[in-house]
Design a protein around this ligand. Structure first.
Ligand code: GDP
Ligand code: GDP
Length: 438
C-alpha cells in the first residue's frame, strides 16, 4: 500500500510548523536538484531507518487566535484525524496545558487512532524530568522535545516508526483491480467524469466502503478490466465553501494518491495549468505513481485557437518534470475520449510495472555512456560499472559507480531519458539510485 500518513495537530503557536520543517528539512536538501517542483507546504516526505512516511502539517489553516477553537480547529483536527494513520499532538511546555489542549485530546481519544503527545519547547532537556502534567491528557506516549533546537527529535522519529502500521505487502497483482485516484482542483470536472462512467452501460458499478470512515469507492468493469475509483464520495460531495475546504480536499487527495495504482490528473482546458495543479502533480510525482493527464472541458475550446499539439506542448512546458505523462483531451460532459483515458490508465500501470532484463539494461547504459561521457569533477571522472532494476511502480534502478558524489543532476536526467528512449516507461517516474562499488 501507500506510505502511512502522520498528521501534526495542535493549537496555534505550539510549534507545529517548526516541527514539520524539521521533518522535511533534511530530505528537502537531497531532492534539491529536482527542477520545477512546486512543493505543497502542507505535506512532506520523511523517512527514518528505511520507513517512509508522509508528514502533514495542519498549521497553515488555523485561525490566528484561539477564539474559534470550538468550530474551526476542532473541525480541522477531525478531518486530519480521519485521514491519518498516526497523530502527533503537539503541546507547549512553556504555556503549559490549556483548555484547548484538553478539547483536542478528547477528540483524539474518541478517534481511537494512535497518538503521540509531543511536548514542544523543552529547550533545556533534563533526563528523568518528565513533563508530568501532560500525561493527564490520557495518552501513553508523551515525549518532550525542542523542535527549534532539534532536541530529542531522534527519539520522536523512533517512536513514530514504532507506532506506524505494519507495511502491507502489495497484493495488487493478484486482485487485478486497478485502483484509480482522480485528482484536480475544484470544478475541473472530477465528479462529472465519475458520473459519466456511472451512466454508461458497459460499466458495472458497485459501491464499496473505502478505507477512511466516510469514503466510498466505486468498482466498475471496462473491457474485462476492473477499475476501482477511490473515494468517489469525496469527489461527489459538494462541500460548503469554508476556509478549510482546500486543505481538507488536499489531504483527501493525498490519501487517495497513496492508495492508488494509477492517478488521473484533470486539468481545466479553459484555465490551463494553474499553481494548484502544479502542487497536486508535484505530489503525484513524489509519490512515484503512474499518471495520466486529462485536459477536461475540451468541448468548450475553440479548436482554431488551440490545437491539441500546441496545448500539449504548453502543458509539458508548465510541468517540465512530468513530461513522461501522456495527455488526453477529453470532455466529461460529452464523454469524448473517456475510453481513451481508461485505456491509458491501464497502459501507464503496465509501463510502470515493466521489468528490464539486466543484460539489456546494461547494454543501454553502456551505449548511453559511450555517446556522452560522464562529467569529471576535480579531476575525477564518474565511472559507471553496472546497473540493475530492483523494483517496479515506480521502476527503480541501482547503478553502481566509483563515486556517487560525481553524479550530477543533469547526468542523472540524461540516463533517465536514455532509459525512456529505449524502454518507454510512459506515464511513470523512474527512481535511479547510485551506489558506490569499489
Ligand atoms: P504553529 O503555529 O503551531 O505552527 O507554531 P510555529 O511552528 O509557528 O511556532 C510558534 C513559535 O514557537 C515560533 O516563534 C517558534 O520559533 C517557537 N518555537 C517552536 N519550537 C520551539 C522550541 O522548540 N523552543 C522554543 N523556545 N520555541 C519554539
Ligand atoms: P469537480 O469539482 O472537479 O468534481 O467538478 P464538477 O464535475 O462538479 O464540474 C464542475 C462544472 O464543470 C460543472 O458545472 C460541470 O457541468 C462542468 N463540466 C465538467 N466537465 C465538463 C466538460 O467536459 N465540458 C463542459 N462544458 N463542462 C464540464
Amino acid at each position: 500500500m501507500g506510505r502511512p500518513i502522520v498528521a501534526i495537530v495542535g493549537r496555534a503557536n505550539v510549534g507545529k510548523s517548526t516541527l514539520f520543517n524539521r521533518f522535511i528539512g533534511r530530505r528537502q536538501a537531497i531532492v534539491e536538484g529536482t527542477p520545477n517542483l512546486t512543493r505543497d507546504r502542507i505535506y512532506g516526505n520523511s523517512s527514518w531507518q528505511g520507513r517512509d512516511f508522509v508528514v502533514v502539517d495542519t498549521g497553515g489553516i488555523e485561525p490566528g487566535s484561539d477564539k474559534g477553537i470550538k468550530s474551526k480547529v476542532l473541525f480541522q483536527a477531525k478531518q486530519a484525524i480521519s485521514e491519518s494513520d498516526l497523530i502527533l499532538f503537539v503541546v507547549d511546555d512553556r504555556t503549559g496545558m490549556t483548555p484547548q489542549d484538553e478539547e483536542i485530546a478528547e477528540l483524539l481519544r474518541r478517534s481511537k487512532k494512535e497518538v503521540i503527545v509531543v511536548v514542544n519547547k523543552v529547550d533545556q532537556f533534563v533526563k528523568g524530568e518528565e513533563p508530568w502534567e501532560f500525561f493527564s491528557l490520557g495518552f501513553e506516549d508523551v515525549l518532550p522535545i525542542s523542535a527549534e533546537h532539534g532536541k530529542n527529535v531522534g527519539d520522536l522519529y523512533e517512536k513514530i516508526v514504532e507506532k506506524l502500521p505494519e507495511e502491507i505487502e502489495e497484493e495488487k497483482d493478484e486482485d487485478d483491480i486497478l485502483d484509480v485516484a482522480i485528482v484536480g482542483k475544484p470544478n475541473v470536472g472530477k465528479s462529472s467524469f465519475v458520473n459519466y462512467l456511472m451512466g454508461s452501460e458497459r460499466v458495472l458499478v458497485s459501491p464499496q466502503p473505502g478505507t477512511t470512515r466516510d469514503a466510498v469507492d466505486t468498482l466498475f468493469e471496462f473491457k474485462d478490466r476492473k477499475f476501482n475509483l477511490i473515494d468517489t464520495a469525496g469527489l461527489r460531495r459538494k462541500s460548503k465553501v469554508d476556509w478549510s475546504v482546500e486543505y481538507y480536499s488536499n489531504l483527501r487527495a493525498i490519501n487517495a494518491i497513496e492508495r492508488a495504482d494509477v492517478v488521473l490528473m484533470m486539468i481545466d482546458a479553459n484555465e490551463g495549468v494553474t499553481d494548484q495543479d502544479k502542487k497536486i502533480v508535484g505530489y503525484v510525482h513524489d509519490a512515484g505513481k503512474p499518471v495520466v493527464l486529462a485536459v477536461n472541458k475540451w468541448d468548450m475550446i475553440e479548436k482554431d485557437t488551440y490545437t491539441s499539439q500546441e496545448y500539449r506542448d504548453e502543458i509539458y512546458y508548465q510541468l517540465k518534470f512530468l513530461n513522461y505523462a501522456p495527455v488526453s483531451f477529453i470532455s466529461a460532459k460529452t464523454g469524448q475520449r473517456v475510453e481513451e483515458v481508461l485505456n491509458l490508465m491501464e497502459y501507464v500501470f503496465d509501463q510502470a510495472s515493466m521489468r528490464v532484463k539486466t543484460g539489456l539494461l546494461n547494454e543501454v547504459i553502456q551505449e548511453a555512456v559511450e555517446l556522452r561521457q560522464p562529467p569529471a569533477y576535480k579531476g575525477k571522472r564518474l565511472k559507471i560499472y553496472y546497473a540493475t532494476q530492483t523494483s517496479v511502480r515506480p521502476p527503480t534502478f541501482i547503478v553502481f559507480v566509483n563515486d556517487p558524489e560525481l553524479v550530477h543532476f543533469a547526468y542523472q536526467r540524461y540516463l533517465d531519458n536514455s532509459l525512456r528512449e529505449n524502454f518507454g516507461f510512459i506515464g511513470t517516474s523512474l527512481d535511479i539510485k547510485f551506489r558506490k562499488r569499489n
